[in-house]
Design a protein around this ligand. Sequence first.
Ligand code: ZN
Length: 310
Amino acid sequence: MSEWTPDIARLVAFDDAEWLAVERAFCGRLLAYVARRIPDRDAREDVVQEVFLGAVRGIQLYDPAYTFEQFLFGICRNRVIDHQRRQKPTALGGGRDEDDARPSVEDLVSDDETPSRIARRNDLEREGSRVLRELVRQWVQETWSQGEFQRLIVVEALFAAGWRNRDVWTRLGLRDESTVAGIKFRALKRLREIALERGSERELLAQVGTALDEEQGLDLDLKTAWVEGRASCPARHWLARQLAGTLPEGPASFVRFHLEDVRCPWCRANLDDLERMEDERGLAPLLERMGQSTIQLLRSRSLGGPGAVR
Ligand SMILES: [Zn+2]
């Protein structure tokens, strides 16, 4: 089961049918993300509507190094923060679940993930972080296919959740603290090897290699690559199997850790959406309303006018 992804060229050409398909595919999970952060139902729907309109306006800036879902969640996150600021000008708590005050994984990355910020980064820096995201993703895939879920959990705890060695050791019930250090050491070693195996892109590899050698900078860069690249986010069909209780214990333990300890906001939104789909409360009326506004904006864009810019 592979996930539907839109044809970006058709989106850039303001194709009505493709944009409506985007709304159908992503509305539920965006609404689920927003629902954990905004109590008012009407306000939530307005925010989701704004996300799609923002996506139409920003589609020219879409960076294919990120998934389309990440692009939408990036806009969504900013719209939620804008909304919260308007509601409570004195208490800024952007990016946190209402049910829990612990910082979530998204608080660990930089504040502003708009497409324009991504576009502002200089090319080499962008390339460097793209390579690092790919290395990290490859490491995760390798580890996953080797069935080394304990190792995956430890590294995710260190890089994505930002736990200290000691916390990883005690909270995960490992033998001792040096087990954690050993897993971290071997993960970094393997990342360096993967970087070397990729032979080409010498200049970039040098840059990445430096990042892997400097313990301080490394943590920050790796954290960013891990979280921004959603390196460890299981595909939606894994989440569906988790929900159905059909995952074997190994992957299930990792998915549980990712959802409950790391509290990945994007996977939690997907899970909420999958749960909602199970009890069949339709999104049809909302989709109908949103579709009309989106079509209106698309019309104003494709006529070549300046349109309703922000
Ligand atoms: Zn995730």
